[in-house]
Design a protein around this ligand. Structure first.
Ligand SMILES: C[S@@+](CC[C@H](N)C(=O)[O-])C[C@H]1O[C@@H](n2cnc3c(N)ncnc32)[C@H](O)[C@@H]1O
Length: 468
């Protein structure tokens, strides 16, 4: 039966690809070699609140037609209006719970007769409910690195609530912010990976710097060296008390919590040597032949705008990529001029109810360096509109440029080529999926390390289930 996994916030299945591979093949070989894992996603859930049509589910069900996939709002499946028995019946038993969930405010207001006030709509509490009812041995979560220092006015509070509530359910936790490009993968994407272990499992975490850097499940997968500061923190109080007061500030890039005791520090990555985690490691490696790229992805200086766009600037502030006329105006005549304007430095005159002000932005590079791993893919990467943040590739200087196509975005996340290609899904949606997704190679590597631990060593509690 394999190691049973529940995948929450599944999107288009990044965790599933990392743990099961695609048709048994690994993301690290671009799906040409056998992965050799024994994970089985026994239940998955995905629901997008902002749209009626559930595009990610169309893709997920198309790629895995036999999946036990649930397409409801997770609040409906495990929310507080349900009894423990109902939650238990809704979710199959599993050894590993995984999910990449949005970063929200986890603070709670107080306690009333119905329980804790202020949990509604906050997705963390759904994960917490599943941990409470099902108690899987392991949990692997992904989030933006900002979670470690949120919110701005009470640094570290939200992560402290997450840690404390996991500890109260008898989970010890390790975490690490991983930039995929630091370990030979093709995208500079920084995300925090949080791995929890239930006390009933055979895996014991250690509050030891060397162990966290190189021997823990995440540390062995992505080795590091301590750099800079470290902190010891005891997280005190219930979620309501932590919401009111968390005096310890942000958490560093990696750490461990055992009981309510935390050791956290910053690290620098250690080179993996010959070990290759991806066949692509630079932006240029994922690029298709320019001739094969459809026209709508091109931006050139021939596409003349119906009417010129004019933006008045503050005096004395030159633009990065366009000239100003004698009246301090930027005049955009082509589609390419819009990209140049948006990506460059500017001090744009605007009018609000309080009067005139100048909106300023610093310069960004006009085009992406194809000899480096790519910048982070964002959800608005698709669509033909000019943008400050979308990738732009130079083909002929000052004349011909293009955006990235969905296939290239999939490669940057180490997804199988064409994974999100579906007749009902637009290119912009495919880009949106990739902006939401993760770099699959990270999950593959952590999954392999965890599986080695389960099979080779002592986690009899899980092995017993596997031989049943
Ligand atoms: C950061 S993305 C995770 C993407 C995924 N790891 C992947 O590889 O595609 C978070 C996902 O949670 C989904 N989501 C947001 N609110 C939800 C809810 N209330 N119930 C279920 N899923 C939700 C979003 O639609 C999105 O696909």
């Amino acid at each position: 039966m394999g190691i049973r996994v529940v995948e929450l916030f599944a999107g288009v299945g990044g965790f599933r690809l990392g743990l099961e591979g695609w048709q048994g093949k690994s993301s690290s070989s671009n799906y040409t070699k056998k992965l050799g894992t024994d994970y089985k996603i026994v239940w998955s859930n995905q629901w997008e609140p902002s749209t009626n049509i559930q595009h990610a589910n169309l893709v997920y069900k198309h790629k895995w037609p036999n999946a036990n996939h649930n397409d409801k709002d997770i609040n409906e499946v495990v929310g507080d209006h349900l009894t423990n028995k109902q939650v238990n019946d809704n979710i199959p038993d599993h050894e590993l719970l995984v999910g990449g969930f949005p970063c929200q405010d986890y603070s709670v207001a107080g306690v009333n007769t119905n329980g804790i006030e202020g949990k509604k709509g906050v997705l963390w509490w759904n994960i917490h409910r599943i941990l409470d009812v099902k108690r899987p041995k392991y949990v692997l979560l992904e989030n933006v690195d900002r979670l470690l220092k949120s919110p701005v006015n009470k640094r570290g509070r939200d992560f402290a609530i997450l840690l404390a509530t996991m500890s109260d359910l008898d989970y010890d936790v390790e975490w690490k912010v991983i930039n995929a490009a630091d370990y030979g993968m093709p995208q500079r994407r920084r995300r925090v990976f949080i791995f929890g272990v239930h006390k009933s499992s055979g895996l014991k975490l250690k509050s030891d710097i060397d162990w966290i850097n190189t021997e823990s499940i995440i540390g062995k997968s992505f080795p590091s060296k301590m750099k800079g500061d470290r902190k010891l923190i005891k997280i005190k109080g219930n979620p309501v008390a932590i919401s009111k007061d968390f005096p310890h500030g942000k958490f560093f890039n990696c750490g461990v919590m055992i009981g309510r005791d935390v050791l956290t520090f910053d690290y620098s990555p250690v080179d993996l040597g010959d070990k290759k985690l991806s066949v692509f490691d630079k932006l240029k490696d994922v690029l298709e032949n320019h001739e094969a790229v459809p026209k709508e992805f091109y931006v050139d200086n021939h596409k003349i705008l119906k009417s010129p766009l004019i933006k008045e600037q503050k005096e004395g502030v030159p633009l990065s990529y366009l000239d100003l006329n004698a009246r301090n105006e930027a005049i955009m005549l082509t589609e390419l001029d819009k990209w140049k304007y948006l990506k460059g430095r500017k001090a744009e005159k605007r009018v609000s109810s309080k009067g005139v002000f100048f909106y300023t932005e610093g310069p960004l590079k006009l085009t992406d360096d194809v000899n480096l791993p790519s910048r982070t893919i964002i959800t608005s990467e698709g669509g033909s509109g000019a943008s400050r943040f979308k990738h732009l590739i130079e083909i002929e200087p000052n004349s011909l440029y293009r955006r990235l196509i969905p296939l290239e975005l999939e490669r940057l996340n180490m997804f199988p080529e064409g994974h999100t290609n579906h007749h009902n899904i637009s290119d912009a949606k495919r880009a949106f999926f990739m902006g939401n997704a993760l770099v699959v190679g990270i999950i593959e590597r952590i999954g392999l390390t965890l599986q080695d631990f389960i099979f080779e060593s002592e986690d009899e509690s899980v092995l017993q289930h596997l031989v049943k």
